[in-house]
Design a protein around this ligand. Sequence first.
Ligand code: HEC
Length: 135
Amino acid sequence: MNITNLLICVLCVLPIYTASASEQVIQQRLADYRATGAADFDATRGAALWQQSHVQAKLGKAVSCRSCHSTQLQHTGQHLRTGKLIEPMAPSVNPERFNDSKKIEKWFKRNCKWTWGRECTAQEKGDLLTFLQSQ
Ligand code: HEC
């Protein structure tokens, strides 16, 4: 193999190794959501869901995903009830985000129930992840 071929070869496999863990995990989540019947995902719809507020029965006041995750995804959030700090959600500033499918599903389940009083659908989770990934 001459040097040019070798270079081309290295360049074409490089993206596979440099794709971040979160990108791969998110792609897998989206594929799973599609397999359950979700259509295409949309970051704008995800952003709207992220801001949507609902009156939380126990608190008696309106809450949204931003109530704990901060209005700026690049900033540290704070748990509404416990005051515990929550690392930024944007993968651009927090590479630890969205790198574990189990963690994503666990928190979607818990937080959708807490915030909206019900679980998120596969379509909503896909839209939300598409939005969050872009931040
Ligand atoms: C009552 C506070 C609270 C609210 C409201 C909340 N979250 Fe969270 N969320 C947390 C905490 C605490 C964690 C786990 C700690 C961490 O990941 O930093 C978390 C983690 C997550 C994760 C896992 C991220 C990862 O790195 O895998 C996702 C996804 C998530 N939240 C989505 C949402 C969505 C969508 C909403 C709105 C429907 C929402 N959260 C509302 C507190 C909250």
